[in-house]
Design a protein around this ligand. Structure first.
Ligand code: ADP
Ligand code: ZN
Length: 294
């Protein structure tokens, strides 16, 4: 079986071919330019690949409501040319195959639930802490869409008592993204996160914010696993600090073994590593193919 996968990011696109076991057989990557240029590259890549379906995990915001007239569009992004752009409809014109279409973080959550750190579980949350913060939600065996799509990167946070950084989110200032995404580390400490030593105070403050948000999400969604990915989470010393913050915030109220003695196996890095995005898009394509066969 050959399934196409598109990891559509704001800075680069990764396209690849995979199979039903989650194996990526080949891949290419190119920078994200104006949509006409980028999609011409995508179409040229898949043209002779004979894929049975294509899955797309896309940067957003995007329209994922199948009943909407603008289903498959990128909606309000400031990225030149991409605002209100019919991404999925343009690809459908080029390929007559079933398409899977979802947010990049929902795709990553599905990939992790299918082949990665949440394999075999029917729920998980996937956070990416990178240029921004995004959250993918998988519950009872399905990706959650809701009204628009979950935007758990923008939940409000309680301030760390020693933190005077104002937050960079243009909408909320000191929401989770505003306080904890990569640019917040740089804004607060005046150097890139990757240049801060592992013992720097930065990581305690970083874990304070992420731990709050994750504790809130555990209370709201009761996920069976929480996966933390993205560039900032390459700082592995954050994991024990975040687990500690989550435990502190829950304070014994959620009495599940998973968040008590088992927390090391509950809040984890992506099992698919840096393949989470492309594998997730592959999983979306596979589900689209299965749905079309019913
Ligand atoms: P994107 O979110 O754009 O898809 P990434 O997940 O790689 O991409 O996130 C990029 C952000 O993560 C940047 O703000 C960068 O400074 C930060 N970052 C990348 N690597 C590290 C690292 N090792 N430690 C801390 N921050 C990092
Ligand atoms: Zn915000």
């Amino acid at each position: 079986m050959r399934i196409g996968a598109i990891e559509a990011g704001g800075t680069k696109f990764v396209c690849g071919i995979g199979n039903e076991n989650g194996e990526i057989l080949e891949r290419v990557s190119f920078p994200t330019e104006r949509p006409e240029v980028t999609l011409a590259n995508v179409i040229a890549y898949f043209r002779d690949k004979e894929v049975e379906a294509i899955g797309i995990g896309s940067f957003g915001p995007i329209d994922i409501d199948p009943s909407s007239p603008t289903y498959g569009y990128v909606t309000t992004t400031p990225k030149p040319g991409w605002g209100n752009y019919p991404f999925l409809p343009e690809l459908r014109k080029a390929f007559d195959v079933p398409f899977g279409w979802d947010t990049d973080v929902n795709a990553a959550a599905l990939g992790e639930a299918t082949w990665g750190a949440a394999a075999g579980l029917d729920s998980c949350l996937y956070y990416t802490i990178g240029t921004g913060v995004g959250v993918g939600v998988y519950a009872e065996g399905k990706l959650v869409h809701g009204l628009v799509h979950p935007e758990g990167g923008h939940v409000l946070t309680r301030r760390h008592p020693e933190d005077t950084y104002e937050g960079f989110c243009p909408y909320h200032g000191d929401c989770l993204e505003g306080m904890a995404a990569g640019p917040a580390l740089e804004g607060r400490w005046k150097v890139k996160g990757s240049e801060l030593g592992v013992d720097h105070k930065a990581w305690e403050i970083e874990a304070f914010y992420i731990g709050q948000a994750v504790a809130g999400a555990v209370l709201l969604m009761s996920p069976k696993r929480v996966i933390l990915g993205g560039g900032v989470m390459h700082q592995m010393q954050l994991f024990p600090l975040i687990r500690e913050q989550v435990r502190k915030n829950l304070n014994g109220y959620v009495s599940a073994e998973a968040v008590l003695a088992g927390i090391d196996a509950y809040i984890v890095p992506p099992g698919l590593g840096d393949n989470a995005g492309l594998s997730g898009s592959l999983a979306l394509g596979l589900r689209a193919l299965e749905a079309s066969a019913k």
